[in-house]
Ligand binder design. Structure first.
Ligand code: HEC
Ligand code: HEC
Ligand code: HEC
Ligand code: HEC
Ligand code: HEC
Ligand code: HEC
Ligand code: HEC
Length: 475
């Protein structure tokens, strides 16, 4: 049977993160092997890039000296990369510590740049997509978001590129001092729900992942139970197409997993340190009488298809089908909890994120009415005064919540209270200076010189914005 409910991390409560370099002296073989894996190399400062010229989503781009230039004569610095480049690599620009995703990505299989996922049909060159901490929490380690902002980080924004040892083994300071008496978390030996949580913290998103009231995914550590931090929703009827982070759901949908339960997990086929695959052995261990023992089972039973959310990325079907499935988009029926407990709060927030009208009734009855819930309710609220009261209450707890600042500013602006509106929109830009709505609203209310300064700042981040360019042309 499983170990009792003792939380293995409690024993390590005093330990803090020390970074993977601290492990190298005593675990050199693992450290060297792991350093070559895609996970270890999933982010970092951008290396010097070769000069390139290309077209993506109808725009001409040029890269030279780590600057991205495009046809409307705008430029952006290329400061960080995300993605090891086994499938591809996306780049980020930093503006005073605020990070933004660039609209072009290098696709390794095609050996070419093209539009980043989600930008394929964008008529404008858009350089102001905020990089929120969730992105870096999956691709980097010791991420340093500045509290009260949407996308500002310390310098550097993360202390270690890629997935560090401690993301899977827990904080190491005590172990480094005294390895014999202070043990690290060993994922494979954890109770199954905690074991699976180690990988699922980054390999599961579902259709919506909603943090539990008062919990933050950023605080999850190896050894914890992911369901204590967030609730993950999927469509009740499932989906047969693949997404970038759908490996956990897909494996759960396999006959193999359904029939063998906790025995089968990611580590059955993946040795994570050395990039080694134990897949063939795993198939044979369980299917001793199967046909075609001399062939690679995965070639037929784990086929590769394009991921719907990766533009050109290709993924392996972890649902281990008998014969390849036809990738069909999901039937958007009901959401059900894949991990964690669905309640009116989490379900309401999930529907709200998907723009589903079922959100409102759920959110109204849900408890606790924490700030996340009140923010969604405010957006759905049709009575402006009631919405404003909700936004005020959100900002008491989360003074940098950009959506609340922008929308509450609009409420005061419409009520003729310009000074209050200006203050709120300025705070929105402190949280995220790439927010176009706050910028354009401010410009209408501010004196000429100040308005011009606000527009100039915004255009330095997002020079392709048509609205901001035409506003500046009016000066
Ligand atoms: C929930 C965790 C999670 C979040 C959030 C996330 N990613 Fe990923 N991303 C992954 C995982 C896991 C893979 C590997 C998937 C695979 O190989 O099937 C991946 C793959 C990628 C790749 C391809 C890497 C390669 O070469 O294989 C790029 C580029 C990328 N992500 C960029 C981003 C950016 C940029 C963001 C935020 C704006 C982001 N991702 C948000 C988990 C995440
Ligand atoms: C993605 C998760 C992950 C990362 C990152 C990771 N490990 Fe592991 N580690 C595991 C798992 C899972 C095991 C259990 C053995 C197995 O499945 O191969 C393990 C086992 C170990 C062991 C026990 C001995 C052994 O080989 O089984 C040591 C020591 C270890 N890891 C050190 C490290 C060090 C040092 C790093 C960083 C250089 C690191 N690990 C990075 C998941 C990880
Ligand atoms: C000073 C040497 C030293 C350093 C530094 C060190 N380890 Fe270890 N580690 C050991 C020894 C020795 C063992 C074997 C302990 C035993 O079996 O008694 C071990 C065991 C482990 C294990 C197996 C579980 C356990 O605790 O027995 C893991 C996982 C592990 N180390 C990970 C790490 C990681 C991750 C780091 C960096 C944060 C690290 N180690 C740094 C010496 C070290
Ligand atoms: C902190 C986030 C994080 C954790 C924890 C994590 N992964 Fe990953 N994993 C990623 C990201 C990001 C990528 C994509 C790396 C890239 O190509 O840029 C990835 C890629 C992979 C890959 C494909 C690349 C390769 O090495 O073959 C496998 C397999 C994988 N992870 C397995 C696991 C397993 C098994 C666990 C749990 C033991 C785990 N991961 C834990 C973030 C994570
Ligand atoms: C931990 C054990 C385990 C592992 C590992 C495993 N399977 Fe299975 N698999 C099973 C069990 C149990 C069933 C259900 C058998 C049954 O229903 O008769 C199954 C069912 C299947 C089926 C039938 C699926 C269907 O929809 O009818 C296929 C195909 C299959 N496995 C292939 C594979 C391949 C290929 C691998 C390796 C990539 C693999 N399995 C790894 C245990 C496993
Ligand atoms: C039955 C074996 C098996 C299990 C279990 C398994 N994988 Fe895989 N995985 C594979 C195979 C085979 C590939 C393709 C490897 C290749 O092409 O080199 C793969 C590839 C991947 C990749 C690279 C991207 C892709 O889709 O090709 C990631 C990421 C990954 N697995 C994550 C996971 C995670 C997370 C789990 C646990 C939820 C898991 N895998 C469980 C066999 C398995
Ligand atoms: C050349 C492609 C191919 C390879 C390689 C292959 N299979 Fe299959 N397998 C199939 C197809 C197709 C079916 C479905 C046959 C049917 O439905 O009549 C199947 C069926 C199965 C089933 C279900 C059998 C049943 O009677 O329910 C299992 C289990 C299975 N394969 C396991 C494996 C394992 C394990 C390996 C590797 C040792 C493997 N297969 C290699 C194509 C392949």
């Amino acid at each position: 049977m499983h170990a009792p409910e003792a939380n293995p991390v409690l024993m390590l409560a005093a330990a803090i993160l020390v970074g993977s370099q601290a492990c190298r002296p005593c675990h050199p073989a693992i450290a060297d092997a792991y350093a070559q894996t895609p996970m270890a190399r999933s982010s970092g400062p951008a290396p010097a890039l070769p000069t390139a010229g290309f077209t993506a989503a109808g725009h001409r781009y040029k890269i030279s000296g780590n600057t991205l230039a495009f046809d409307q004569a705008g430029t952006a610095p290329i400061d960080y990369f995300v993605g090891s480049n086994s499938e591809g690599r996306t780049y980020l620009q930093s503006s005073d510590g605020h990070l933004f995703e660039l609209p072009v990505t290098w696709y390794a299989r095609r050996a070419a740049y093209d539009a980043s996922p989600g930008y394929q049909n964008n008529p404008d060159v858009q350089l102001n997509r905020a990089v929120e901490p969730s992105c870096l929490l999956c691709h980097a380690s010791q991420v340093r978001p500045v509290l009260g902002t949407q996308n500002r980080y310390g310098d550097p924004p993360f202390l270690e590129g890629g997935v560090s040892c401690e993301r899977c083994h827990g904080p190491g300071s005590e172990h480094v001092r005294n390895p014999a008496s202070s043990r690290m978390v060993q994922p494979a030996q954890l109770p199954p729900d905690r074991r699976d949580s180690v990988c699922a913290q980054c390999h599961l998103t579902g259709e919506a992942r909603i943090e539990n009231a008062g919990r933050r995914l950023a605080e999850f550590q190896a050894g914890d139970r992911l369901a204590d931090f967030a609730t993950y929703f999927v469509w009740k009827l499932g989906r047969t197409d693949l997404k970038v982070t759908s490996h956990v759901e897909k494996l759960a949908a396999s006959r193999c997993k359904a029939a063998s339960g906790d025995k089968l997990w990611c580590g059955t086929c993946h040795g994570v340190h050395g990039n080694s695959s134990r897949t063939q052995q795993a198939c044979l261990d369980c299917h001793q009488t199967a046909h075609r023992q001399q062939e690679q089972c995965a070639d037929c039973h784990m086929p590769k298809t394009r991921a719907v959310d990766a533009n050109h990325g290709v993924m392996t079907d972890h649902s281990i089908p008998r014969t390849p499935r036809t990738p069909l988009p999901p039937v958007a029926g009901d959401l059900v909890a894949f991990l964690g407990q669905a309640d009116s709060r989490s379900l309401g927030i999930a529907y709200a994120e998907m723009g589903d009208p079922r959100a409102r009734d759920l959110l109204r009855q849900a408890r606790p009415a924490d700030w996340q819930l009140r923010l969604r309710l405010a957006v759905l609220e049709t009575d402006p005064a009631r919405a404003a009261a909700l936004y005020e209450s959100v900002l008491k707890e989360r003074p940098g919540e950009t959506a609340a600042l922008v929308n509450l500013g609009a409420f005061y602006g419409a009520a003729g209270q310009s000074a209050r509106a200006i203050e709120l929109w300025r705070r929105a830009l402190d949280s995220n200076p790439g927010n176009e709505e706050a910028t354009l609203n401010l410009v209408k209310l501010l004196p000429r010189a100040e308005a011009k300064a606000v527009l100039t700042r915004y255009l330095s981040i997002n020079p392709g914005s048509r609205s901001a360019r035409s506003a500046v042309a009016n000066f």
